[in-house]
Design a protein around this ligand. Structure first.
Ligand SMILES: Cc1cc2nc3c(=O)[nH]c(=O)nc-3n(C[C@H](O)[C@H](O)[C@H](O)COP(=O)(O)OP(=O)(O)OC[C@H]3O[C@@H](n4cnc5c(N)ncnc54)[C@H](O)[C@@H]3O)c2cc1C
Length: 390
């Protein structure tokens, strides 16, 4: 079905580059359009869990990932005040690689993979409207240019014009949480490759090393009434971040003292899109199911989607059947992940008191008495392999 088929992908992010590569490797003629004038990424880290890593491996990019981001050893939940360990989830299973990677490195790996597969990328192409037509899809660009393409895959993220073409507009709501993020020069190659989550009342902070300890990635979340905009590029004064975590453990205070360029992101909940594909248009990644970052799964879901969408398009004669199969394979899983991520903030942000003490004691006890059972709670998430058998 895909040999020689012309497919346009809107968005050169994680979802767009991954789906473009997967389609081109199956014989399609793929071009990717992006509004940016260069493929560059914000300085931030990403946790690529085993369910996302299997897709990179199947695309032939597993070695590049392993080289750019050695495997993580554990995720450790800690109490905010002294940093005492509450729960440690080991990530040492040989068949389940978990990586802590710089976003720019992942994008570069995907860009190279796409190029090797024959994908072309056109930059500076901002699409303002997507209009499905009988035999194709019309794209209206910000510079006044319009064109009709035979098949469009929308990987255009949170504010997706492709989603708007398939779905009624919905208003996301502010969750009452903001996330600061920054990378802090560390120059400490012996830092263990672990993600730490310091959990405090109404706040938590996730830290992990990147690029062999050259940088520490920080995502710090605070509950608050004040609204903040949603997006990667809103700067904030690092003094605000330091003030919000001033009662956290000394290692966190010391780290934040060195924070320079800090970005603030308002966390909004968006419903999962009702329609993911129809006629000659389909969606994936954040365009279909934006998620809160509390389970570190947005990019991983995007990779899973990319694989499944390309595989179903390759299998089916007509796109409606392919899109229906793709959505049937993905919707329930993505909705479950989005829901679980939203719940995680509550678990992290418990207020001091008997409930918090009991919850932390249960976690400690469970980890000591039945570590396998506790780790097994994530089997549904990390053990899922969309590439199995293909
Ligand atoms: C603080 C934070 C931490 C996170 N940590 C993790 C993590 O550890 N692990 C994880 O898996 N996920 C994480 N995520 C989520 C993850 O970053 C996203 O889910 C992922 O980047 C989505 O990829 P995407 O390709 O769908 O969208 P995007 O990365 O947003 O890419 C969309 C692309 O489309 C282009 N585009 C958009 N609109 C247009 C247009 N109109 N015309 C042309 N081009 C357009 C954009 O320029 C961009 O290149 C985190 C998110 C946040 C906020």
């Amino acid at each position: 079905m895909l040999i020689g088929q012309e497919i346009t992908v809107l968005g050169a992010g994680i979802a767009g580059l991954a789906v473009a590569t997967a389609l081109a490797q199956r014989g399609a003629k793929v071009r990717v359009l992006d509004q940016a004038d260069a493929i560059r990424e914000v300085g931030a880290g990403l946790q690529i869990s085993p369910n996302g890593a299997v897709v990179l491996k199947a695309l032939g990019l597993g070695d590049a990932l392993a080289e750019a981001a050695p495997r993580a050893r554990a995720v450790v939940l800690r109490d905010f005040r002294r940093g005492a360990q509450v729960f440690r989830m080991g990530l040492a299973r040989a068949d389940r690689p978990y990586h802590l990677v710089h976003r720019a490195d992942l994008i570069e790996i995907l860009r190279r993979g796409a190029k090797a597969a024959g994908v072309t990328v056109e930059l500076g192409r901002r699409v303002v409207a997507v209009t499905p037509e009988v035999d194709g899809v019309r794209l209206s660009c910000a510079d006044g240019h319009t064109e009709t393409v035979p098949l469009l895959i929308g990987a255009d993220g949170l504010h997706s014009p492709t989603r708007a073409a398939l779905n009624k507009p919905v208003r996301p709501f502010f969750t009452g949480q903001v996330a600061w993020r920054c990378t802090i020069p560390l120059d400490a190659p012996d830092t263990p490759p672990e993600a730490s989550v310091h959990m405090g009342p109404g706040r938590h902070i996730v830290t992990y090393p990147l690029r062999g300890g050259a940088l520490m990635n920080v995502v710090a979340v605070e509950e608050r009434d004040g609204w903040a905009a949603e997006g990667w590029s809103h700067r904030d004064d690092p003094a605000n971040l330091r003030a919000a975590f001033a009662d956290f453990a000394p290692e966190i205070r010391d780290l934040l003292y060195r924070a320079g360029e800090v970005y603030l992101w308002g966390l909004f909940r968006h419903p999962v899109a009702k329609s993911w594909g129809q006629g000659r248009v389909a969606l994936l990644g954040d365009a279909a199911h934006p998620t809160l970052p509390f389970l570190a799964q947005g990019a991983n879901m995007a990779l899973e989607d990319a694989w499944v969408l390309a595989a179903t398009l390759a299998d089916e004669e007509d796109t409606d059947t392919a899109f229906a199969r793709y959505e049937a394979a993905r919707r329930a899983r993505c909705a479950r992940i989005v829901e679980a991520a939203s719940k995680n903030a509550e678990n992290y942000h418990l207020r001091p008191g008997p409930y918090r003490a009991a919850a932390h004691a249960a976690l400690r006890l469970g980890a000591r008495l039945a570590p396998q059972a506790v780790a097994g709670r994530f089997d549904w998430l990390y053990g899922h392999d969309v590439t199995a058998g293909r």
